[in-house]
Design a protein. Structure first.
Length: 149
């Protein structure tokens, strides 16, 4: 009988499952709006980060955004192939070469703003003002993200 109680407790209280569901729903909003640009939400996050702090090394991106190496490599490969970011060769083996956003990447960021705003509005409608404030506060306090407006 304890097993059923444990299952019920996890089903009713698990923060992870709720966060992952919310993540998937929000990702669909952004992916839908960005699809026509050949960009996914995961790549948008990387592109914005590199544009904001670059040039930046892969290892620093992974640490800051809490991405495992394979996920980071897979998304960066697409971004490099599309010419949105480039590596600044510094004479090492390539893994330590800093990445920077290209002119093409900056142009893409400018072009996607109206679509990003639509996705942002959908997300705000779903989570409400309190949810938005909480997410921003948590991200700023725990992970050093900018708190926004």
């Amino acid at each position: 009988m304890k097993s059923k109680e444990n299952i019920e407790q996890i089903a009713c209280e698990c923060l992870l499952s709720r966060a992952r569901i919310l993540n998937r729903v929000l990702t669909v909003f952004y992916d839908d709006e960005l699809r026509s640009y050949g960009l996914k939400a995961t790549q948008l996050n990387l592109l914005v980060f590199v544009a904001r702090v670059g040039p930046v090394r892969r290892i620093d991106i992974g640490k800051r955004l809490h991405l495992d190496p394979s996920t980071l490599t897979r998304n960066l490969k697409i971004m490099l192939t599309n010419g949105w970011v480039e590596e600044r060769i510094d004479g090492e083996d390539g893994r330590g070469s800093p990445l920077q956003v290209t002119v093409k990447g900056r142009d893409l960021l400018s072009q996607i703003v109206p679509s990003w705003k639509k996705a942002q509005d959908r997300a705000r409608t779903l989570i409400g003002d309190e949810g938005e404030t909480l997410l921003k506060r948590l991200a700023a306090n725990k992970f050093g993200f900018p708190s926004g407006r």
